[in-house]
Write a protein that binds this ligand. Sequence first.
Ligand SMILES: Nc1ncnc2c1ncn2[C@@H]1O[C@H](COP(=O)(O)OP(=O)(O)OP(=O)(O)O)[C@@H](O)[C@H]1O
Ligand SMILES: [Mg+2]
Length: 331
Amino acid sequence: MSGGPSDVSRETVSRETQQESESRDDEFAANAYTGISISDTPIGAAAQRASQVLHPHSVTLPKPKKRRMITIANQKGGVGKTTTAVNLASALALQGLTVLVVDLDPQGNASTALGVDHHSGIDSSYELLIGEVAAKDAIQSSPHSERLFCIPATIDLAGAEIELVSMVAREGRLKTALSDEALEGLDIDFVLIDCPPSLGLLTVNAMVAAKEVLIPIQCEYYALEGVGQLLRNIELVQAHLNPALHVSTVILTMYDGRTKLADQVADEVRNHFGDAVLKSVIPRSVKVSEAPGYGMTVLDYDPGSRGAMSYLDAGRELASRTKSETESVAR
Ligand SMILES: Nc1ncnc2c1ncn2[C@@H]1O[C@H](COP(=O)(O)OP(=O)(O)OP(=O)(O)O)[C@@H](O)[C@H]1O
Ligand SMILES: [Mg+2]
């Protein structure tokens, strides 16, 4: 992956930092758009949230009675699936919940961002899928939080899409591997599954394992392109393999308040998905894109940044939906 520390020249950093501060007004515009009032003034709100990041024990989100498993999917590449998976996970962990990220993308970007080992040969999501290893043995702890765990993806997963085709119960292997029995005693509140940019067997396995789908949508032209296909696939899985599956959450990513387009896309997505869309919008932020290069989430890399704060808000919003989610699951 690009963006490692050595790739970032001092000039680039300073130019980007300047851009960051120039777009601070946009942050306020984005917050205004979300309609969330956290404090009376923008500076007050920023200070409040930065203090929360720096003193994580000041806020504790309620634990869901039943573990929530969420598949993060969109077959469109580069829309922010991985960024959302790791930063939401970090936001939930920072606010007192225990989170497992399952990296189901052979690119292994989520594993990189969480700072966990993912060289070929270690126990990973590949061994988990083919039944060679139990979830408990593949889980690694993220160095940045005692409540954040990851089952990494190695390059071995690249062949899994084809290998799975001839396997018994090929669509339900992840579900079995992440069953309540398999995770017993681990006290995990949220499992977030980061999918590759395709609708192949890896993504289908994630959709069979989870009850909720979270769709990140980039606030760009063609944002909704392909979403129809994704929804049709979700319906197919729902009809044949997992009746409880539903789109519980949509998150708008890379929002740039300077463009009219971003607002148009946001409006269109809200019209389409209604209340599933989180009020918290993730702004386009250089800090968010720099963080994985240091093996960190943006909440560890720059806790006071607007990217960190927006993921913190999104995490809180996601957790606040636990009651309705667990009830809808029980239906
Ligand atoms: N809010 C943001 N601000 C700036 N850059 C971002 C933001 N979110 C994501 N990015 C950058 O956009 C690129 C794509 O993001 P990410 O890898 O999360 O997308 P993805 O959907 O997981 O991609 P893929 O389909 O390849 O798995 C990355 O370089 C990431 O750092
Ligand atoms: Mg990704």
